[in-house]
Each structure stands twice: as structure tokens, then as C-alpha cells.
Design a protein around this ligand. Structure first.
Ligand code: CA
Length: 223
């Protein structure tokens, strides 16, 4: 799980990232509006913690632009302003939750966990063309046959199945499956795509994982 923290106050940004890392999240930080928007538009994060008052572009505008570009990453908005109008504006702009400053560490963690649980609770399996990925058991299932996936295979499959038939970029896969800190390269993605292809074939699934030159990978329905 990777969280993008968009917050211009250095101390707060650092302590938020530290807190999240202590609780098992990977973090990336942006310290002004435009770079925060640029990072967030990649769509690779599981959650965005977004301050409202930011240099260059405020949090409301960032949330609006993300939703206008159909980036659905959940947003937890932080602000010193706790008036009703601001809360309504934040939610209207596309924020999922609103946390007024100052807040306590455990309050923030409770929010983060509640938002992620809500996301996860919406689906327990992802399906594509007669093949499904069981998110609880990490199994690929097709017509009564199933195969268990390793942790990396599962994350990779989750990215591809979540995208439907759309292309998922290699960069996105590297970040989501291997994380920012890792030394993994395109070759790692290819190797794991190979493992997944074998497992799809093993359960008799017609779903293909197609490579789009340098762009990335996408699922294609079986014929
Ligand atoms: Ca600020």
C-alpha cells in the first residue's frame, strides 16, 4: 500500500510519512500543489493525504482536477479550516474524508484504515472474461479450476484485473507490485507476467496478458 502525502509544512509532512511507514505503508511526499497534482495523476497510489492550503494549487483544486481526469484514488483531506463550508467544498471536490488539524496520530491512522477498508470492502473478487481473481484467497479461478498465486503474482494480477482490458504501464506495475524503494526493473515485470501466463493456461483460462511494446500490459479476452 503506497500513500502520497501532499503537505507543504516540512515537519508535518515528515512526521506523517514516518507514522505511515511505521504502520506498514510505503510513502511518497510532495511539498507543493503542482508537483502533488503531477504525482497524484499517475494514479499509482492507494491513498492520497491532501492538505488544503498549498503553494501553487490548493487541495480543493487538486481533488477536482484528479476527479475530472477520472483518477479515483481515495483522498483524505487535511486542513486547519474546520468550517462547514470548507468541509462541504472538500467533499464536493471529490475528497472521501475530511480531517481537521490539529489531529492526533491515532485519529489519522483510524481514518486511513477506514478509507482503505471501505475501498477493499467493495469487491471480493475481480473478474475478466470468465476468469476471476479471488482477493481473499489470492487464487485465480476459471470454470471450477483454481490456482494459488504468490504475493507478487497476486499484486500483479490485481493491477491487471482492476484495469479491465486497459493498458497498465510498466512504471505503475513496478511501483504497485515492487514499491518505490525497490531496485526492480522492467525485466522483473516480464518474468512475473510469464509466471501469471503459465498459471492462466494451467487453469484453462483463455485470458491473455498482452504486451504493448514499451507501454505496458493489458488483459485480452480469450477467443
Ligand atoms: Ca499547508
Amino acid at each position: 500500500m503506497t500513500v502520497l502525502v501532499i503537505e507543504d509544512e516540512q515537519l508535518l509532512s515528515e512526521s506523517l510519512c514516518e507514522l505511515l511507514r511505521q504502520h506498514g505503508f510505503a510513502t511518497e511526499a510532495a511539498r507543493d500543489g503542482p508537483s502533488g497534482l503531477e504525482f497524484a495523476l499517475t494514479g499509482v497510489y492507494d491513498l492520497i493525504v491532501l492538505d488544503v492550503m498549498l503553494p501553487g494549487l490548493d487541495g480543493f483544486e487538486i481533488a477536482r482536477r484528479l476527479r475530472a481526469k477520472r483518477v479515483g484514488t481515495p483522498i483524505l483531506m487535511l486542513t486547519a479550516r474546520s468550517g462547514l463550508d470548507d468541509r462541504v467544498e472538500g467533499l464536493d471536490a471529490g475528497a472521501d474524508y475530511y480531517l481537521p488539524k490539529p489531529f492526533e496520530a491515532r485519529e489519522l491512522l483510524a481514518c486511513v484504515n477506514a478509507i482503505l477498508r471501505r475501498q477493499g470492502a467493495q469487491v471480493d473478487e475481480l473478474s475478466f472474461s470468465g476468469t476471476s481473481l479471488d482477493l481473499a484467497s489470492a487464487e485465480l479461478v476459471c470454470g471450477g479450476r483454481s490456482v494459488h498465486l504468490s504475493a507478487r503474482e497476486f499484486e500483479l494480477a490485481r493491477c491487471l484485473f482492476s484495469a479491465g482490458g486497459r493498458i497498465v504501464g510498466k512504471e505503475t506495475l513496478l511501483v504497485k507490485v515492487w514499491g518505490w524503494e525497490s531496485d526492480a526493473v522492467d525485466n522483473n515485470v516480464e518474468v512475473y507476467v510469464g509466471f501469471l501466463r503459465k498459471k492462466l493456461a494451467a487453469i484453462g483460462s483463455g485470458v491473455k496478458i498482452k504486451s504493448q511494446r514499451s507501454l505496458g500490459y493489458h488483459l485480452e479476452a480469450g477467443t
